[in-house]
Design a protein around this ligand. Sequence first.
Ligand SMILES: N[C@@H](CCC(=O)N[C@@H](CS)C(=O)NCC(=O)O)C(=O)O
Length: 215
Amino acid sequence: MFKLYYYPNTASLAPHFLLHHVNADYELLFVDKKSNVQKSADYLRLNPAGRIPTLVVNDQPIFESPAICMHICELHPESNLMPPIGHPQRPLFYQWLAFLNNTLQAEIMVRYYPHRHTNDDTTIPNLVAAQDDRIADALSIINDQLEHNEYLLGDSLTACDYFLFMLSEWSLIIERSPLTFENLAAYLKRLCSNPTIKAVCDMEGIDLTPFKSYS
Ligand SMILES: N[C@@H](CCC(=O)N[C@@H](CS)C(=O)NCC(=O)O)C(=O)O
């Protein structure tokens, strides 16, 4: 039994996709981000970073969304959501998951929490504008990768695609959004037919209409 501490449409979304995809026995525990419950003493005992998500497996809490994703993949090798050790695509899986988390997600986080990155509020609009460019630069690299690939790693869906879908949803607010990149927009539209994406987005109240409207 997995317990996922989550809040809709946050970094818990990728692990939620994976738990659903592998048909895991899991429980969702709502962390009220609006009331800052992620900073409560009880939650900090599970996750000293005070961030969402946390996954508890066999009484062991794990934090950091990509680590949680890899752990779920390893516990469910039959799902083929991560290439096996020794497979030539295994390092590419690490590469793309790290790029998504350490580059794209890191830039998006500054965009969403700019006040944490300056001690002068008048600089916030500039910071946001700079971040929008940095996010678009990362999206452009992904768009190139998708030119001849159905999924991020090639022919097969992996956990990286679920992670990318999550970050794409968060990036819709920027002017050069994922939907302005041809290959990425077409890929996201295809992913909207994925039964896990449909079911989990429905559960979390995430509107898929913007992705579907790309033509
Ligand atoms: N690197 C972490 C980031 C997690 C994170 O920043 N989560 C956000 C929601 S998307 C959060 O908990 N924000 C509340 C806060 O920072 O207080 C991960 O990937 O799990």
